[in-house]
Design a protein around this ligand. Sequence first.
Ligand SMILES: Cc1cc2nc3c(=O)[nH]c(=O)nc-3n(C[C@H](O)[C@H](O)[C@H](O)COP(=O)(O)O)c2cc1C
Length: 402
Amino acid sequence: MSFTDRHVVLGVSGGIACYKSCTLARRLTEAGATVDVVLTAAAAEFVRPLTFEALTGRPVLTSLWEPGRALAHIDLAKDPDLVIVAPATGNILARAAMGMADDLLTALLLARADRLVLAAPAMNDAMYANPATTANIKTLTARGWHFVGPEIGALAEGPSERPGRMSEPETILAAAERLLGKPPQGNPKSKWSGKRVVVTAGPTREHLDPVRVLTNPSSGRMGYALAEAASSRGANVVLVTGPTELAPPPGLATKHVETTEEMQRAVQALVKDADALIMSAAPADYRPTQLADKKRPRANGPLTVELEATPDILTSLERPKRMVVVGFALETGNGLAKARSKMQNKALDFVILNDALEPGAGFEVTTNRVTILGRNGKQVDLPLLPKRDVAERILDVVEEAL
Ligand SMILES: Cc1cc2nc3c(=O)[nH]c(=O)nc-3n(C[C@H](O)[C@H](O)[C@H](O)COP(=O)(O)O)c2cc1C
């Protein structure tokens, strides 16, 4: 990761995640960036300016009224390659969306219209879910801001199943690096630009006992490829993934889950304000009715385990009406008919059919051969391609519906 010769402003607003911004400031500096840190008054209550000064080797600004820096808000808006706001509190998002300029950070954000801004929201899950915050993020996205996260996970007040936690510094860095590799506003012509997209990937696992699981050989590659492709088209992607061998794609918010029920909860929490949901995971359809809390001993005779159906993620989902939903159908024969009925029964806009028995397609391989079926009767048969190319072709078709 290199930020050599890059000038970055790190705007820090007053959330508990300020402590992670110290690491972010350090990593940016180590990667070669010149980092100017601007703290809001609330941020300075969490971390002293001196900490950032020591980490970046540069003076830290906290006020519009700093002697000798009369036009800092204009210089810091114009000069830097990127402004990162991390953490971005609910309050700073509201102030920026309103176009307020009542402190140094908001003044520089107002003066920075049309230039790159990357924000990493972090707040209590209810604050994030509040329609006011959703509207503010939409407004800022429409003005060209980019967002990374928030993620699901522990908040200061305890564990949460809903987004609110700031992305890790490495994830923010990777998002910053990707942005700096792009033309200033991403590709504004891409229909994916600024869209919130949830992608599921990989298998899920259902435990029989603490050491044995029911699962399937899904590698997660198709879902990861779709998430990366959507992200590189400018979408704000959250990847919900079951256990895989793959490294989380840089610059994407990633939520790790194990069971189908966990995946269902994560997807339900994320789709509320999503523009598209791409369900490429292969969740386990059954789980044992009883989870043994100790390892089941080996017995000589057969073992009978009673299974029950896991929640069906797509049919149980409360989803926004305008959200485009893409499902996958992995079949082993008579695929077209089964895929069409899946599209109907699960109210999908598109279904991607692949055949588990076809060489080079389906699980565990780096290629796939799929047929894309649309609710409007569209059918696109793709040749055998690397999964990343398949992902691009799927996005080309799905974007018509965005
Ligand atoms: C202990 C504590 C933790 C807070 N954490 C957050 C947070 O994570 N996210 C957030 O949006 N606000 C948080 N707040 C509230 C903000 O600090 C408050 O809205 C403040 O006005 C933000 O100002 P700023 O956006 O100018 O930095 C927290 C407040 C306290 C006292």
